[in-house]
Design a protein around this ligand. Structure first.
Ligand code: AMP
Length: 417
């Protein structure tokens, strides 16, 4: 049965969490946002906000926020609880207005260069990719299967974090290791945060008053996870995350680029197991490993108080960022814009200032006054007439997932009509 609704529910399932947003695609407004955390524990918590303030930004602080704590056994129970909350606002999963559910799926490998309408073959492929995304894909699959059980008739769409990066040329995507070994185990650079890089690069072109096909952009997605990408004429040509989200920039808790021999050393000399090294590099490295904090607000506060460890962590973070800006300027040849996005990129003016400091030869600079402005709108922070536009462009992964989902379902309707 094909629905004629205009609502899209976006689900982002983690191993013990479920984040959701319900959007009305007529005006991209949020009808509800929320999350369930600590699924499977006795202290699970559901926070639900109907009609979060305004249509822009991810809101979450609107008037009628509702919260409940208590055991939520699994993802099925979590989604049922979410549906019950939505139903209180007349927007439950059985609402005829609901056109589709869009699922964030972290790893789509090479097969998925676009969103996919979920069927058995799509589910099997996501499952096949579990070895390269052992933390994320199983949780994403659980989310999809749960939603299918609750609304078997509704189109479910998988939107992949890797899809936008499938345009990377082989010379950027391949590691320089034995080809047969790499191919046997599907080892290559996939990249992540693709929905954000796609959305932000398009918005940046819009800010410049140009079509995405006309501009070359470096997008710096700096959240707790962080990645950079080089986008030429709307297509990704390189990105900093690789086989997994561990490669690239210094992140909140991940090391980013590291000599792979460090891992052999930790095993052979420090006697650590592979799982311990995995945990060290993913959870206890990056900013938190360097200074004990991964929140940039706290790090800046400590820097301002003269804390040396925080200063060094900040400097290492910025140094890596600068290297990627330089590298991607070289990859692109001509850069029209550098766009900062996500929690740190959108909010931390000192990071933006430090990242482009000394890069005047590349045409990069920020205007101190513009850089200090706080806003949730896309904005230029480089001086007037600068060769390269430096911009702050808030990301909106849920909107991008909802739009891609709706476009696919709408295409189906048109084809059927
Ligand atoms: P995200 O993963 O995009 O939600 O980003 C989360 C990170 O953004 C946090 O860990 C902080 O480091 C950073 N962040 C959020 N708000 C601010 C702020 N006002 N100033 C500096 N950093 C911030």
């Amino acid at each position: 049965m094909t629905s004629h609704g205009t609502h899209v529910l976006v689900l982002n399932s983690g191993s013990s969490s479920l984040k959701y947003q319900l959007l009305d695609m007529r005006d991209s407004s949020r009808l509800a946002v929320g999350l369930v955390e600590r699924i499977g524990e006795n202290t699970s918590r559901l926070v639900h906000t109907p009609r979060p303030g305004g249509a822009e930004g991810d809101g979450g602080d609107g008037g009628g926020k509702r919260e409940r704590t208590g055991p939520i056994a699994d993802h099925t129970a979590a989604l049922e609880a979410v549906s019950a909350e939505l139903a209180r606002d007349g927007l439950g999963l059985d609402s005829p207005e609901l056109a589709a559910i869009g699922h964030r799926v972290v790893h789509g490998g090479l097969k998925f260069s676009a969103p996919a309408l979920v069927d058995d073959a799509v589910l099997a492929e996501i499952e096949r990719l579990v070895p390269v995304a052992p933390l994320h894909n199983p949780a994403n699959l659980t989310g999809i299967r749960t939603a299918q059980r609750l609304r078997p008739d509704l189109p479910q769409v998988a939107v992949f974090d890797t899809a936008f990066h499938t345009t990377m040329p082989e010379h950027a995507a391949r590691y320089a290791i034995d080809v047969a070994t790499a191919d046997a185990h599907r080892i290559r650079r996939y990249g992540f945060h693709g929905t954000s890089h796609a959305y932000v690069s398009r918005k940046t072109a819009e800010l410049l008053g140009k079509d995405p096909s006309e501009v070359n952009v470096i997008v710096l997605h700096l959240g707790n996870g962080a990645s950079a990408s080089a986008i030429a004429g709307g297509r990704c040509v390189d990105t900093s995350m690789g086989l997994t989200p561990l490669e690239g920039l210094v992140m909140g808790t991940r090391s980013g680029d590291i000599d792979p021999a460090v891992t052999f050393h930790l095993k052979r000399v420090a006697g650590m197991s592979v799982d311990e090294i995995d945990e060290l590099l993913n959870k206890r490295s990056g900013l938190v490993g360097l200074c004990g904090d991964n929140d940039m607000r706290e790090i800046r506060r400590r820097v301002d108080e003269g804390d040396e460890r925080a200063r060094l962590a900040f400097d290492i973070y910025v140094h890596r960022l600068k290297k990627y800006i330089g590298a991607y300027s070289a990859v692109l040849g001509r850069v029209d814009a550098v766009a900062f996005t996500a929690g740190v990129g959108e909010n931390a003016a000192p990071v933006r200032e430090a990242a482009v400091a000394g890069l005047e030869n590349l045409g990069l600079a920020v205007d101190a006054g513009l850089n200090a402005v706080r806003s949730d709108k896309p904005r230029v922070v480089s001086p007037q007439g600068a060769r390269v536009t430096v911009a702050v462009v808030p990301t909106d992964e849920e909107l991008e997932i909802a739009q891609q989902t709706f476009a696919l379902v709408d295409e189906g309707r048109t084809a059927i009509a």
